[in-house]
Design a protein around this ligand. Structure first.
Ligand code: NDP
Ligand code: MG
Ligand code: MG
Length: 340
């Protein structure tokens, strides 16, 4: 079995006396900065002027420019969008790094795909929470945590692993469990998970189910409840008690249908497609296409995003959720952008 690190296994002392710059104050950035601060770390946020900058200031965190934060810090955690990291790193971070500093990421994308080539005189590691930033913050406040991965890419001080673990502990990760990995494994599995299962697989499955019912003449509102809303209740059971625990709670009829029909829907062809997706990730094709898409200002990304947000499942869902005020989005900007 792989070693899983918990709070008791980690010496947070290696962080004492070190200044940590959290670059970016978005989903992950706000969670890391606030959790680190409440764990007693010396934190400065570096971000461009604007929405995030103002939010950091109103949250009571020390905030300055990216360049200034990177210059002050011993540990520089880069929590910018992956597709922005190379540019900001080249222009505002690189020249601020001193020998023995640590350059840290929450996802291996830019280092693994050679978009950022760190100087050889700094430690380089990643600490990647396996969950959205808003949950990294919320679970921390609740005394819990989101599991995290760490990986050491370059260790010049001899302390990189201890630093990574201390950082993971300070953001709450070691309350849930911290696993060691490599930049390659973290990057490839993270991309695969979000594409094949968590985001891509799930939205396509839900949409296909919704469309099948609606095209067969069933009410869209009912199809929404059946294929999307109820999903959370099922996922919560799986999260708490595994697939067997979920199956214990559903009816035997549902369980029999699960056994005989699930593999007909997600069949051997789906697994073949998953292998193709994984191949494109491993070969660097996915990364290359995404980098080019950004270089030409995202024509496909924007077109698909617009088309998807107008899908019937969204228009029906927005109306139904308005009648369920207890199903409140935790991120208010999602609602704002959906209504615009
Ligand atoms: P977000 O998009 O939520 O936040 C990005 C932050 O960077 C914002 O504060 C934004 O400020 C700032 N920013 C963007 N461009 C610039 C720029 N040119 N100069 C200065 N600041 C800039 O990012 P995420 O938190 O989603 O992702 C950060 C990293 O964490 C990524 O590597 C990602 O892969 C990783 N990660 C993310 C997870 C998640 O839950 N989202 C999960 C695990 C890892 P502004 O408000 O001005 O736009
Ligand atoms: Mg990811
Ligand atoms: Mg049912």
């Amino acid at each position: 079995m792989v070693k899983v690190y918990y709070n008791g296994d980690v010496n947070e002392e290696v962080l004492s006396g070190k200044k940590i710059a959290v670059i970016g104050y978005g989903s992950q950035g706000h969670a890391h900065a606030l959790n680190l601060k409440e764990s007693g770390a010396d934190v400065v946020v570096g971000v461009r002027k604007g929405k995030s900058f103002n939010k950091a200031a109103s949250d009571g965190v020390e905030v300055t420019t990216v360049k200034e934060a990177a210059a002050q810090a011993d540990v520089v955690m880069v929590l910018l969008p992956d597709e922005q990291q190379q540019k900001v790193y080249e222009e505002e971070i690189k020249d601020q790094l001193q020998p023995g500093n640590a350059l840290v990421f929450a996802h291996g994308f830019n280092v693994h795909f050679n978009q950022i080539v760190p100087p050889e005189f700094v430690d380089v590691f990643l600490v990647a929470p396996k969950g959205p930033g808003h949950l990294v913050r919320r679970t921390f406040e609740d005394g819990a945590g989101v599991p995290a991965l760490f990986a050491v890419y370059q260790d010049v001080t001899g302390q990189a692993k201890d630093l990574a673990l201390a950082y993971a502990k300070a953001i709450g990760g070691a309350r849930a469990g911290v696993l060691e990995t490599t930049f390659k494994e973290e990057t490839e599995t993270d991309l695969f998970g979000e594409q094949a299962v968590l985001c891509g697989g799930l939205t396509s499955l839900v949409k296909a189910g919704f469309e099948t019912l609606v095209e067969a003449g069933y009410q869209p509102e009912l199809a929404y409840f059946e294929c999307l809303h109820e999903l959370k209740l099922i996922v919560d059971l799986m999260y708490e008690d595994g697939m067997a625990g979920m199956r214990y709670s559903i009816s035997d009829t549902a369980q029999w249908g699960d056994f005989v029909s699930g593999p007909r829907v997600v069949d051997a062809r789906v697994k073949e497609s998953m292998k193709e997706v994984l191949n494109d990730i491993q070969s660097g094709k996915f990364a290359k296409d995404w980098i080019v898409e950004n270089q030409v200002n995202r024509p496909q990304f924007n077109a698909i995003n617009n088309r998807e947000s107008e899908h019937q499942i969204e228009t029906v869902g927005r109306k139904l959720r308005e009648m369920m005020p207890f199903v409140k989005p935790k991120r208010k900007e999602v609602v704002a952008s959906a209504k615009n």
